[in-house]
Each structure stands twice: as structure tokens, then as C-alpha cells.
Ligand binder design. Structure first.
Ligand SMILES: Nc1nc2c(ncn2[C@@H]2O[C@H](COP(=O)(O)OP(=O)(O)O)[C@@H](O)[C@H]2O)c(=O)[nH]1
Ligand SMILES: [Mg+2]
Ligand SMILES: [Zn+2]
Length: 336
């Protein structure tokens, strides 16, 4: 698993952890200091916009319809805005002022020992990439599935480098895809080396918003390159429109895909590492086990040793995949 060198990690949090602003007019907020000559925005003159990138004090905003990107200035009291955020703004002296943040449906945060910082918002799916090499690791896939579930987003399972698969390996990947699809996850086999190798991913992305995670070397950067061949141009356009630098190595960007769907590309998120989960998150994150837990004799059944456990019965009957169950057991009893 790719740990970030500086010891930070990313985590997904459910919407309940997000800070949102009420829709009350600015004038009724105690701490708001209206500027001289500025008429406070009303509900009718607010524009909807999408945060494409954040540059600390300012943000790059995409406006609907014309699709143009402009620099925006968040007003006081707004939380840190991140790529993927939906906001409402108004124009003042030709400047776009961000007035409010629309309630986030999900937020990806980065945490280190001292602080937790949002990185990206409103994802619908975590795109979990694996490949051989470095090797398909179902434990890591399942950890990311739990992380996604914890955040209230779904997972999209992506097997990359399928141009390299032998017939036998292809059968194994096909079998894994069938397992994850049965659980309810969309799953695809792709490659970034053949002409249409990435098409199955485009097909899955239609109305989804994803960010890619996975071990180092599985092909995340290569997939981004395929999905966004004009990425550098787009970053250049944002930079030109906003007068802000193109910090491609550190800034998280939100991109609309012409084929449908959107992708959030974050250098930090690409090294997303999953840390310890509490038992409840693990139990809830293995959907096919969780669905059976109502039928277990004990309400707090861990599905390991209890008599009358519906999960153990289903496992013995072959209705639950052994590897999924083994991964569940590993995650529910952390080794450290
Ligand atoms: N054969 C093959 N190699 C790939 C594919 N995708 C990526 N690679 C190679 O795998 C290596 C790691 O890819 P990269 O995109 O840097 O992985 P990342 O660390 O996840 O960003 C590079 O040498 C890529 O050229 C693929 O679909 N097929
Ligand atoms: Mg990379
Ligand atoms: Zn049970």
C-alpha cells in the first residue's frame, strides 16, 4: 500500500462530517461585514458554479452554459473550498464573489497528525485501480471498498493492464469482476496501451464523478492521461483565465469529461492510503455480509465464531466468496 512519504494519509468522510453553510442571506449573518457600496446578493441574482481548482485565497470556477472558467473570491466564513464543490456566487465590480457552498454530498479529506484538510468534494465513486504488475491485491481493493462505504460513495473497480493478461489470468480477472458485480459494484477490465482499451471505463463514467486510488504502478497516471489527453491544455486554460499558476504537481483539479461524467485528479489522492477502520465500518463495508447480518442469531454477531451466524452458513453453502470473507476477517482483527 502506498504510504505518503511525509506520513500523511487521505480519508473519505461521510457527508455528516462536512461543514455546510445555511442559505440565509449574508445580511443576517452576525460576522458578515458588508463592504461599502456593495448590494448584498439576493437569491435571484446568484450564479451557480463549480470549483475546478483551489489556490488558497482564490478558486477557479466553472460557470454553467458557456463553460468558461473564472477566478472567484470566497467571502469570509466559507470553509476551505475544494475541487468538485458546488457554490453560488454573485458579481461585484466584475469580480465573482463566492457567497455560499452548496451542501457537499461527499468529501475526501487528507489528514496528518496535526490537521484534517478537505481535498475534493461531491465524488460519487472511488475508482479503485489494480493491475499486475505490481499484482492484484484483493485485500487492498476491499479496504478501499470499506473506505468508500464509510464516505457514502460507491466504488468502481478497475482492473488495468489487461493487454498483458494470459488466457488463464484473464479468466481469473473475469471471475473477480463477476464477484464484485454480484455484490453490486461496477467493475471493468481496461488497458491504456491498446486503441480502445480505456473505452469500458468511459462507458462506466457516464454520470459519475470519480477519483482514482490504488497502489503505486497500477497505472493511475496512465489512465488519467487516456481519459484527459488535453489535461495540460485545460490546466493552462485555468491558469490563463485566473492568472494563477499551473501547479500541476500539487493542485487538485476537477474535470468534466466530454464523454460524460467527471474526474477529480489529485496528486495527493492518488497516493491515498487506507488506515485502520473501526469494526463497525468494516462490518458495514462488506455489503454482502452486512445484508445477511439481520438473520444472525446475535445482533452484534462478528460472523466469526458465533452459533446461528447467517454469514458462516452462507459461506459454507458457497454463497459468499471465500476471499472476501478472509479479507473481512483480516480487517476486523487488525494485526497491529
Ligand atoms: N502493459 C501495460 N502497461 C501499463 C498500462 N497502464 C500503465 N502501464 C505502465 O505501468 C507503469 C506504471 O504506470 P503509472 O501510470 O505511472 O502508474 P501509477 O503509479 O499508478 O500512476 C508505467 O510503466 C506504464 O507505462 C497498461 O494498461 N498496460
Ligand atoms: Mg502516478
Ligand atoms: Zn453472523
Amino acid at each position: 500500500m502506498a504510504e505518503q512519504p511525509n506520513g500523511t494519509s487521505c480519508r473519505l468522510l461521510a457527508p455528516k462530517h462536512t461543514r455546510t453553510l445555511s442559505a440565509q442571506p449574508l445580511s443576517s449573518r452576525k460576522s458578515h461585514r458588508p463592504q461599502r457600496g456593495v448590494s448584498p446578493p439576493t437569491r435571484t441574482n446568484l450564479l451557480n458554479a463549480k470549483v475546478v481548482a483551489n489556490f488558497r485565497a482564490t478558486v477557479a470556477l466553472q460557470l454553467p452554459d458557456d463553460g468558461g472558467v473564472e477566478k472567484g473570491y470566497p467571502t469570509q466564513n466559507l470553509p476551505l473550498l475544494v475541487a468538485g464543490d458546488e457554490v453560488r456566487c454573485w458579481r461585484e465590480d466584475g469580480m465573482l464573489r463566492v457567497h455560499e457552498l452548496v451542501t457537499r454530498r461527499s468529501v475526501l479529506e487528507r489528514a496528518d497528525r496535526h490537521w484534517v484538510k478537505p481535498l475534493a468534494a461531491n465524488l460519487t465513486h472511488l475508482g479503485i485501480v489494480s493491475a499486475n504488475p505490481p499484482g492484484i491485491d484483493t485485500l487492498l481493493i476491499d479496504q478501499f471498498c470499506v473506505a468508500a462505504s464509510q464516505a457514502g460513495v460507491s466504488a468502481l473497480i478497475i482492473f488495468n493492464k489487461c493487454d498483458r493478461l494470459t488466457a488463464e489470468e484473464r479468466t481469473q480477472v473475469d471471475a473477480l469482476i463477476a464477484v464484485y458485480k454480484r455484490i453490486g459494484y461496477p467493475a471493468v477490465m481496461v488497458d491504456t496501451k491498446t486503441p480502445n482499451g480505456i473505452q469500458p471505463l468511459f462507458d462506466e463514467l457516464a454520470s459519475r464523478s470519480i477519483t482514482l486510488v490504488g497502489a503505486s504502478g497500477v497505472g493511475k497516471s496512465s489512465i488519467i492521461q487516456k481519459l484527459l489527453p488535453d489535461r495540460e491544455l485545460r490546466i493552462g486554460a485555468v491558469s490563463k483565465a485566473t492568472g494563477l499558476g499551473s501547479h500541476t504537481t500539487s493542485v487538485t483539479y476537477w474535470y468534466q469529461l466530454l464523454e460524460g461524467g467527471s474526474i477529480i485528479d489529485s496528486p495527493g489522492v492518488r497516493q491515498f492510503s487506507v488506515s485502520h477502520f473501526d469494526e463497525k465500518s468494516v462490518r458495514e463495508g462488506f455489503y454482502e455480509l452486512f445484508d445477511l447480518s439481520d438473520e444472525c442469531r446475535f445482533g452484534n454477531c462478528t460472523h466469526t465464531v458465533e452459533p446461528g451466524c447467517a454469514v458462516l452458513t452462507a459461506l459454507q453453502a458457497g454463497h459468499i466468496e471465500q476471499f472476501r470473507y478472509d479479507n473481512y476477517c483480516k480487517l476486523i482483527t487488525p494485526s497491529d
